[in-house]
Design a protein around this ligand. Structure first.
Ligand code: ADP
Length: 177
């Protein structure tokens, strides 16, 4: 039976922001855990035109990879944002930014960012400690190791590995030309 209060229940929304170039198992761990803490989670891919040349995958490709891996989580959607994350939060009624913390070295910058964001709009940052098996994992490192032929199959989803291998081979061919 529905209780009268149910209709007034606040929907708790969170965002997991990042560049996800490409999404790793460390990201998925955080997204999955956020999906258990919040009613709705938006995975937001930052699109910064000035940084796009340094990316291995286009924003569309990163979004498409994330949509595939997030399909298992019914309350998770994927979107992109340009400009301030806090504006994105305001526009969508999102009250929390979820960040994974890998090591103490992440903390200084993340704390500063969290304080800046909450000074701009009414938003909390929630830190989730990385599962130990992913504490060394970063997209940049995955790309670097894979470029030199290292086995990253346990660090990214299988579909991502296929795309990553293909893109790195393409890049290597371009460099040889
Ligand atoms: P950025 O380019 O903004 O550093 P990333 O796409 O690398 O973004 O990561 C997005 C967010 O995902 C990070 O801010 C961090 O909170 C989280 N994250 C990244 N890697 C991991 C990991 N191995 N374990 C847990 N969280 C992670």
């Amino acid at each position: 039976m529905t209780q009268p209060d149910d209709q007034e229940r606040v929907i708790r929304r969170a965002v997991c922001p990042g560049s996800f170039d490409p999404v790793t198992n460390g990201h998925i761990d955080i997204i999955s855990r956020a999906s258990q803490l919040f009613d709705e989670v938006v995975v937001a891919v930052g699109v910064n035109k000035n940084k796009s040349r340094g990316r291995l995958f286009t924003a569309e490709e990163r979004i498409s990879m994330l949509e595939k891996v997030c399909a298992d989580f019914p309350n998770v959607t994927v979107a992109s944002f340009e400009g301030l994350l806090t504006t994105f939060c305001e526009e969508r009624g999102i009250g929390a930014i979820v960040k994974g913390l890998r090591a103490v070295s992440d903390f200084d910058y993340e704390l500063q960012m969290a304080q800046m964001n909450s000074s701009l709009v009414d938003v909390e940052t929630v830190f989730i400690p990385t599962s130990p098996e992913y504490s060394f994992l970063a997209s940049s490192l995955v790309k670097e190791v894979a470029t030199f032929g290292g086995d990253v199959s346990s660090l990214v989803p299988a579909d991502v590995l296929t795309l990553l291998t293909a893109r790195l081979a393409e890049r290597a061919r371009e460099q040889d030309e």
